[in-house]
Design a protein around this ligand. Sequence first.
Ligand code: SAM
Length: 468
Amino acid sequence: MAPLSELDSLQRTLNQAIDSLRDELNRQSLPELTSKAHRHPMDDYAFLCSPRLYEARRLTLAAIGEIKNLVQFPFEKVVEQACAVYDTACLDILVKTGLVDKLAEPSVLNDGMDVHDLQEALDMDAIKLTVVLRDLSSQGWLRERREGTFALARPALELIGTSAGRMWALNTGRPLVAQALMDQLTHPEWKYSHRANHSAFQLSHKTDLAIFDWMKLHPDRASQLSKTIQAVGDAYRVATVNDFPWKKLEGRTFVDCAGGQGNLSIILSEILPQSQFIVQDLPEVIATARENIARTAPAAAQSARIIAEVANIFDVQPRRGEGFVYLLRLTLHNWSDEACISILKNIASVMSPTSKLILLEVVAQPNTLLLGPGPAPGVSCEPAVTLDTLIGEETYRPITSPEYIPTNFGAAARTSLTLDIQMMALFNAQERTQREWTVLANSAGLHVVDVHAFRGTVSALECELSRP
Ligand SMILES: C[S@@+](CC[C@H](N)C(=O)[O-])C[C@H]1O[C@@H](n2cnc3c(N)ncnc32)[C@H](O)[C@@H]1O
């Protein structure tokens, strides 16, 4: 049989992905997907996608992205990407001027509002508003119900209230930092530096301070940044709970190093009622962490099952005990390789053979592509896991990327890829592949015993002391 062309193969992949997605919606008695402004159960952070549904969604996005790359007029692709900064500006306008809240009012949620009524309500020019709202409609945030009448579409519900998405949309300063990224990469003295205070952040904010030191002087910005971190934790909470075999660690003491507001310990304390949790962070963070723990997990706080204490990850870990489990979530990606090895050694030096260190981080994948039969470069020759293999499975595992779909699922990996850029721009650091994580762990006397992929952007790398 003649091999399928790229377009034919992608079309077949997209059809298979959508068929599986629909099949999973039916199996789980879920409603049809709609762009109307009603939250779908799948939009809820508490909803656990079946492994096949999660992968069907990921594959759909990846296939659409690859097809778009194939069919789009390259000139228009350039214009679209070069002007993407305006999309961010329009999203800013939608959230920060109160437009999204106005359109979310129950009386207009379904039918939308005419731009002239929006002009009156928000004192903004209707002609200019139309330009912005039409751009946002093309991005799927709104629907233009009649010429000049705009209603929220389903994804925009993530921009209202206390949603995790709103926290990201409200975080200021990103365009300023993005503009300085080229200067970071071409800076005559810094371009090969991996020091924490040699990034676009310092260039754009005209400071010599590394971001965590700068944040001490700017508590409002620190609180915004911490909300975005918390938002990532909230959005992937269900995956974190379900895609790691935590139960096997019931009864152990957990040390949540650089644990921020303590949210990881709080969620784990709910599923591991016999375990103790020690949340550690910098002094300026620990005060608010204690408040957060007392408010969110009052019983565990009162019984001191979760405590918070000051501890610096660049000092030797002060907590040592038989079988202790150390956690580091979304922390090492803030630091250079050299700094990561110091942090890991500080923990490894107090670990016993029964201790574990669990890294919860993005495990980046290359963008390698299978352009014909056989595995993509660097991909194992094991039998492919397909959407059909996952029928009825409850334990999550990623499918193998089919022909013409990149190993990292391309467009479906946008969240982790942009986080990678953000780590570079703010911290002069980056996300890492499994190979890179393994090298770091080995350099600190640890070895990675297992990697657990999550139904979300973060994965878990389970580490133990290397055997002599
Ligand atoms: C990206 S946040 C992750 C927080 C938390 N692990 C979570 O997942 O919610 C990184 C954390 O590292 C903390 N941090 C930065 N430098 C530190 C240091 N030298 N010692 C201890 N914690 C530090 C920050 O205060 C922040 O809470």
